[in-house]
Write a protein that binds this ligand. Structure first.
Ligand SMILES: [Zn+2]
Length: 164
């Protein structure tokens, strides 16, 4: 009745979810870097004094970073709801507090401290949250260890093969 489950099988529903998470992550990074001409400056051609939000940049353009934060928050919410692990590289590139995509020199500052515990410090420019990553040459992340990497089997599951 049911298909025999092996370790190399990827749940097709999770495959679609991972594709959705991937889209949200990339869209969030794009939105963080994108700004559009603001409507206020186009219509009045004056510097509006009501620009107090972080959305508006000084030259009359509106940043879409809040949309990116929304996408990242959505990505985290979906992963948490379905109990899917995000890769540590992805988790480290999203601010834990405000969900901004941490793009070096654009939305985050990176500095290296070489004291008794050398570390890389990433500071979010939006909320000022600092994250400290210790420099441990021998340390390997769970996802970087070769024994934890699954072999991708290049077949399409029959359940979704007909749908696509
Ligand atoms: Zn932040």
């Amino acid at each position: 009745m049911g298909k025999k489950k092996t370790n190399n099988d990827v749940n097709p529903q999770h495959m679609q979810t991972f594709q959705r998470l991937n889209f949200l992550y990339q869209a969030a990074a794009l939105m963080t870097l994108t700004s559009v001409p603001s409507n206020e400056s186009n219509s009045t051609k004056t510097k509006s004094s009501s620009i107090s939000e972080d959305r508006t940049i000084n030259d009359g353009r509106t940043s879409l970073a809040p949309v990116g934060r929304y996408y990242n928050a959505n990505m985290k919410k979906i992963a948490k709801h379905l109990v899917l692990r995000l890769d540590p590289a992805i988790k480290r590139s999203v601010c834990k507090r405000c969900h901004t995509s941490l793009i070096p020199s654009k939305s985050s500052n990176i500095c290296f401290k070489a004291d008794e515990r050398p570390a890389t410090i990433v500071t979010c420019k939006t909320c000022g949250t600092e994250r400290r990553f210790l420099a441990r040459p021998a340390h390997r992340l769970f996802s970087e260890k070769s024994e934890n990497i699954l072999q991708f089997v290049g077949h399409i599951h029959p359940a979704i093969g007909s749908d696509l």
